[in-house]
Design a protein around this ligand. Structure first.
Ligand SMILES: *[C@@H]1O[C@H](CO)[C@@H](O)[C@H](O)[C@H]1NC(C)=O
Ligand SMILES: *[C@@H]1O[C@H](CO)[C@@H](O)[C@H](O)[C@H]1NC(C)=O
Ligand SMILES: *[C@@H]1O[C@H](CO)[C@@H](O)[C@H](O)[C@H]1NC(C)=O
Ligand SMILES: *[C@@H]1O[C@H](CO)[C@@H](O)[C@H](O)[C@H]1NC(C)=O
Length: 340
């Protein structure tokens, strides 16, 4: 797909503007009929610009030019419909304009790094039934994550990280059957992880809920996930996490650090493809399974737990320093002092 997206420097925009100016000057009388841009899309984009208080970075969005060549939009080469909208400008203040719902061909919608964006997420986004990627990050949006997101049935990636969302995670997000990535890290989410998330099964590749205030037990159903990257770190999760350790699961990165997990590690089978394992700052008991020596880990951390016994010898294990094992109940052997 050959598409026109430019998120470039001011000079590039300036160049584009003057180029478009010359173009419109040369072909003024026929411009409106020769435009690629669909008039409905143009109307919606101009309403969005107005609702965002005409920010400087949308200077290229001028009624007399073709919206397929505006900055921060992607215009499909075949349909000539706007399928991508990226908004990031610290000068914007106010809510997400409801007019975003009037771009029916939108596949990617991004609002990022906007210090003064206000809520709520407008109901009109449910009209975006072609949306595949919704990313609203580094904004002060607060309140509950709205259930209405689960109506975006074609969503493949949902990233609402680094906002101020609070309350519990809507269980209905599990209705997004095509989701391959879910990132909700760095909010103020509380309550437990929805049991329904087991339904993501092997679709999900990225699952990040870290740096929230999630509590309670990890649902057993999450044992059905076949996810490459799972990050539940920096929460208040308690109890067992053994369901996340299956020898044949495709997990490569597993970060459960800084929770209150309390389970016996002794008989756990590490996923064979694990390369990143952080279990630090929990209340994990038992000993470290010998199988850890078979893993090709580039990072591991067992520190600040209640582990005991001899550190397995072999593989990459002894390449890690004492920090990897420190502050446990009675772990011993290299790189810690010899067992008594
Ligand atoms: C749009 O561009 C025209 C020239 O092509 C310019 O005269 C006009 O001021 C611009 N409008 C806005 C709102 O920037
Ligand atoms: C953002 O909000 C803060 C506090 O409400 C205000 O001081 C600041 O001027 C706002 N910034 C912009 C770009 O509107
Ligand atoms: C994991 O896969 C191997 C090889 O495909 C198989 O022999 C083994 O039974 C599987 N283990 C589990 C627990 O499914
Ligand atoms: C482990 O990684 C290899 C190589 O990338 C891949 O072929 C294999 O399917 C993976 N195993 C699992 C259980 O995902």
């Amino acid at each position: 797909m050959d598409t026109h997206i430019s998120t470039s420097s001011a000079s590039r925009s300036l160049f584009l503007l003057s180029f478009l100016f010359i173009l419109s000057y040369l072909s003024s009388p026929t411009l409106s009929t020769s435009e690629r841009c669909h008039p409905d899309d143009k109307r919606a984009l101009l309403r969005i610009k107005e609702a965002l208080n005409i920010p400087d970075h949308l200077a290229s969005w001028n009624v007399s030019t073709d919206c397929c060549y505006w900055d921060y939009v992607g215009c499909h080469t075949e349909t000539n419909r706007i399928y991508q909208l990226l908004i990031y400008d610290t000068s914007i203040h106010g809510p997400i304009p409801p007019s975003v719902g009037d771009l029916p061909y939108l596949e990617t919608l991004v609002f990022s790094d906007i210090n003064n964006l206000t809520g709520p997420i407008p109901y009109s986004i449910t009209k975006l039934q072609n949306l595949k990627m919704l990313r609203i990050i580094w904004t002060p949006l607060s309140g509950r994550i709205p259930d209405l997101i689960s109506q975006l049935k074609n969503l493949e990636y949902l990233d609402l990280s680094r906002n101020q969302f609070s309350g519990s995670i809507p269980a209905s997000l599990a209705n997004l059957r095509k989701l391959t990535g879910l990132q909700l890290e760095g909010n103020k989410l509380s309550g437990s992880i929805p049991d329904s998330f087991g339904r993501f099964k092997d679709n999900l590749y990225v699952f990040v809920l870290s740096q929230n205030m999630l509590s309670g037990k990890i649902p057993k159903s999450l044992g059905q996930l076949d996810c490459e990257s799972i990050d539940l770190s920096h929460n208040k999760l308690v109890g067992d996490a053994k369901m996340l350790f299956r020898e044949n699961s495709s997990v490569k990165g597993l970060d459960l650090s800084r929770n209150r997990l309390d389970f016996d590690l002794s008989n756990v089978k590490f996923p064979k493809n694990l390369t990143f394992l952080d279990l630090s700052y929990n209340r994990i008991r038992g000993s470290i399974p010998q199988q850890v020596t078979e893993l090709d880990l580039w990072r591991m951390d067992f520190s600040y737990n209640r582990l005991c016994g001899r550190i397995p010898v072999g593989g990459k294990v002894q390449q890690f320093g004492y920090e990897t094992f420190t502050h446990n109940l009675c772990l011993c052997g290299t790189p810690l002092p010899e067992c008594k």
